[in-house]
Structures are given as C-alpha cells and as structure tokens.
Design a protein around this ligand. Sequence first.
Ligand code: AMP
Length: 397
Amino acid sequence: MSYRALDDMNFEDKRVLVRVDLNVPMEDGKVTDTTRIERVLPTIRDIAAADGKVILLAHFGRPKGERIPSMSLKPVVRPLSELLGLSVDFAEDCIGPEAQAAVEKMVPGSILLLENTRYHKGEEKNDPEFAKALAENGDIYVNGAFSAAHRAHASTEGLAHLLPTCAGHTMQAELDALSAALGEPKRPVLAVVGGAKISSKIDLLENLVAKVDMLVIGGGMANTFLAAKGVDVGKSLCEHDLTDTACRIMDKADKGGCEIVLPADAVIAREFAAHAGNEIVPLDGVPADAMILDVGPASIDTVKAKIDAAATLVWNGPLGAFEIEPFDAATVAVARHAASRTKDGKLLSVAGGGDTVATLNHAGVAQDFSYVSTAGGAFLEWLEGKVLPGVAALERG
Ligand code: AMP
C-alpha cells in the first residue's frame, strides 16, 4: 500500500494531532511498564524537532464514554516527559474549550497530551461530529498506533478523512515488517502457530494456509488436528467439536500446496504443573490419563529443519505450556534457533500476537528477531488477512 511517512510532511509551526498507543500497564496510578511509551518517542521527537506542535491523542482502558478517574492519562505525563527529556503539558479534555485553550498556548516544538479519547462516546462510534471536534485542534494527523488500527474509531480512522495524514514511525515499522512477511515475502515462507486452542485462530489458520508454503502447528491446538487424524490424545486440551474445522484447514492446505507439519512426538504429564513428572512418547503412545504439554525432541528437530529451509518466518503462539517448566523446552529451543538464523542473515523473522512477546522474552531472544510486534489484536487481524480500518484510511488518495 502507499501512504505518506513523517519525512513526506512539513510540520513547521503546524498543529500535529498524533494518535499514539499509551495504553500502558498501570497500578495505583503509576505506570509499571514503559515499553509502549518508549516506542512512541521517535515519532514525537522528530515532529518536535521539525518545529511541529505535538498534540498527543490516545485512549486508556475502556471507560465507554464515561469520565472514569482511574482511566485518566494524566499519570502518563511524567514518565513520558522523563523518557523524552522534554516537558509535556496536559489538557483535561481532548475536545472543547480546555483542549483548545491548551493548544493555543503551544509553541513550535512543544508537546501536549490530551485526556483519554474514550471519555467521549463519539470515539468508539467513530462519530463524525466528534472527529470534527478533534480535527479542530489540528492541521495534520499522524497515526502512530498500529495496535489500535483494527478499530474504526474517530482518533484511529475518522481523523484521517479530515486532515492531511501520514504514518508515524511505529506504524511504518509495523507495516514494513508485515508486508515483508506476508505481503511480498521472500519464499519459502514458514508460519509457526501455537497456543491453546484453534477456536480463537480459525481465521488466522485459514488465511495462513493460503499464503505460506509451510505451516507448523504446535501447542494445545495441535491436539485438535491430531485428534482429527485419529490420534488418541488422552486428557490433553483438545477441541473435539472442531475436528471437522481442522480437517477443512488441512484440506485447504493440501489443495493450495501448503505443507502442514504436526508434532511427531510429545512430552506428556499427568498434571498441569511445573516440574510435573513427565515423559517423551510417540504420538501413538499417549496414555489415556495423560496430557500433552509440549512437543517432543523429534518434533523440535523437524521444526528447526523447516526453519533452515525457510527464508521468511511468521510466528504466533507457544509450542507448549511455556509458562511451566520444563514444558517451555520446545518453544525456547525453536525460538533460539530462529533467532540465530536471523542473526546469521538467513531468515526474516516476524512474531507477535497474544503471548508471543512473552514467549520470546522468556527465551531471551525477542531482540534477535527481525521484528516483534507488540500490537496484539491488530497483529492477529493482519494475520487473518483482514483490512485494518486505521491502515486503510492512511492509503494515499
Ligand atoms: P494463545 O493465547 O492461544 O497463544 O495460547 C497461549 C497458551 O497456550 C499458553 O498459556 C500456553 O500455556 C497454552 N498452551 C500451549 N500448549 C499447550 C498444551 N499442549 N496444553 C495446554 N496448554 C497449552
């Protein structure tokens, strides 16, 4: 797709409405993790350095149009200002007289954070009147929040129709990574999908089998595929009512020339607990009272070989119950292998969605992947092949 980037715009003395993701973890009014704040700093710095007036728009939590004090963005001002090394002002509303008065006071290079956009019902409804009220305080709209782009809200989509628009750095990085992985990727493309259930990932699997050359299925969701092939998975997590869906996905893959790789062996235990007694068994040897909690060593070797054969990797979800040792072994081994191939310049690796970031952090390799998306739902919808309204609205007219 074609969209404008920050470099294509002239921000000098302009009021720049910048939609960012500041939906940070907070406890007792204190920000406990600044990762999301850190990601927006380059966009803010560049606009300020180009003498734009940076007006930040963001949502926090789900106040559903009510002014809920615990969902104020005010506690974000201090960490944001400290990380930027610049002062940041705050206005108690994102539209109306308070916002307007704060914007009028701004000088080129100054930064203002407006209160939670979701304090107004018009935000989530993408109400044109609310979008217009937001637009009154801006000359340019920058969308730097890929993670909110799957929602057609006033500050993520509506504004793009009212003001000259471009993508912020985080949005651009995300779009570049995703199009390198699934748009026009270097082939062969391998997808690794794990996690608990297929019920939440049917659309994702259907889209991937149509786009990738190889699909490794691991985690709890592999059990449903195995059951569909007649394997007795004992007490494993398994959606027996979805075996037809699993068959349909395998059939679609088969017809489209996508190789599906299922586990060949398993690590089983009799309880879902750290250090539970466990053993490695072939798939025809899962005892009736046991559950599969990880893929086994033969499966790990197969997945590593598939990674070696691939030029591009897309990864979502753990291969086993990675939160409890030793059932993190396959996820860690495969993540490290993918990271090392990436470091050697042999693989473009993109990962994200759900627990995937936590998984890669646990393996200590998140920084070695080509791109790790923290966008959650938006990343998953992209993998499902959906058009993200916030991204579509950036398309250069
Ligand atoms: P998801 O959010 O769908 O990516 O699922 C992540 C969850 O799947 C993690 O909490 C894992 O513990 C869980 N999981 C992965 N493999 C298994 C398995 N074989 N049995 C039970 N849970 C699993």
